[in-house]
Design a protein around this ligand. Sequence first.
Ligand code: NAD
Length: 430
Amino acid sequence: MKISVIGAGYVGLVSAAGLAHFGHSVICIDTDIERVALVNRGKSPLREAGLDDLLSRCVLSEGSLKASTEYDGVLDTDITLICVGTPSNSDGSIDLGYVREAAKSIGGVLKAKDGYHLVVTRSTVIPGTTMDVVIPLLEKYSGKKVGEDIGVAFNPEFLQEGKAVQAFFNPDRIIIGELDSKAGDILVELYKDMSAPIVRTDVTTAEMIKYASNAFLATKISFINEIANICHRLGVDVYDIVNGLSFDYRIGDRFLNAGIGFGGSCLPKDLRSLVHASSTRLGYPALLLRAVLDVNDAQALKIVEITERKLGNLDGKKVAVLGLAFKPNTDDVREAPALRIIRELLAKGALVAAYDPQATENARAALPAGVRYSDSAAEAIADSDCVLIVTEWDEFSDENLYRGKTVIDGRRALDPRKACALCDYQGVCW
Ligand code: NAD
């Protein structure tokens, strides 16, 4: 098939490269000129394991993928996947600006198209968006009728940053929200090389499945942090509790990592936009999901409270922060707990030395001046009064790095028994 993908971010570029690898002819369209130029040189603008290899093969060797800043390329394709960002507005509601722009531009190009074209939203959008926003814009700008000349579907992406390529090729399930069976059948054909179960449903249900999935994952994290905060006061280790829980097949052991909470480009903003839409448009206050956000908001700053308890007034104290990315194996710092923690430390007058194996440049752009960025964990730790482990990169898990230091572990990166023998160790909620 001939496919156009709008947006060359985590979802768009990984989908584009993955589909090109399956033998489709793909054009990836992005407004970011530098991103497009990099992709056309077979290089990934994102640090994702395996993506550079995949791009160099598809772009340079096989010629099955190219990138462009122009929407004209949509005309020569059968399917368009919308994969642009859907950030939060300041009131927590979803910002659909990029999705609107993409739908308008696609509609404008489809005006000149002869024959059927399928438009698939893959961005995470609040339930109702495809029906109420995407379809009216496609019809308005193309002058054509959705359901006749244009097919529409919603097909959420569930990839995890850090293993996005692997997740694309090995999905747990494929959700197809279809306006009609013609649209759904094309997507079933598109994914025929994947062995995952396919769930076919209507568009709005598929949009809600994506939100429910992220809301559930976020709830698991805040749940275990709530339990951890209680356990901590009881003198009980929450990781022993998780071990005990994990043998119950209804519970399992995934997404039960107590610590400083979730960040990233998806869970916080998706939860906020679901709570916002539910309480403002649907008249339901979503109390549990609000509490999930509240627990998460408080959790990150617990590491600063403990630092203050250990060191007293933080003014002039040297604090090493290990980890800036919101999770290991990515350079993405969007809503990373490290950013809030560092801003709070700076506000209290601490002298911050930060280190991350991949995310330093992105963090530098997001943080105020005054942070010293180190070239290694050892350098950041060297003359610090206290070390905070904020992201659980593998290289931070060697207890010997911390000999004689005061360490506050926000991610259970260290084995507490080993660490306690070598340093003044404290977990954030254990
Ligand atoms: P991203 O910010 O990494 O990439 C978005 C890209 O879209 C950018 O390169 C931007 O330049 C481009 N863009 C914006 N407006 C455009 C336009 N009008 N035309 C062409 N290109 C345009 O975003 P992402 O992380 O890939 O997320 C995309 C969507 O997928 C979001 O809705 C997100 O919630 C969802 N999602 C993300 C992940 C993830 O782990 N990142 C996982 C599942 C779903």
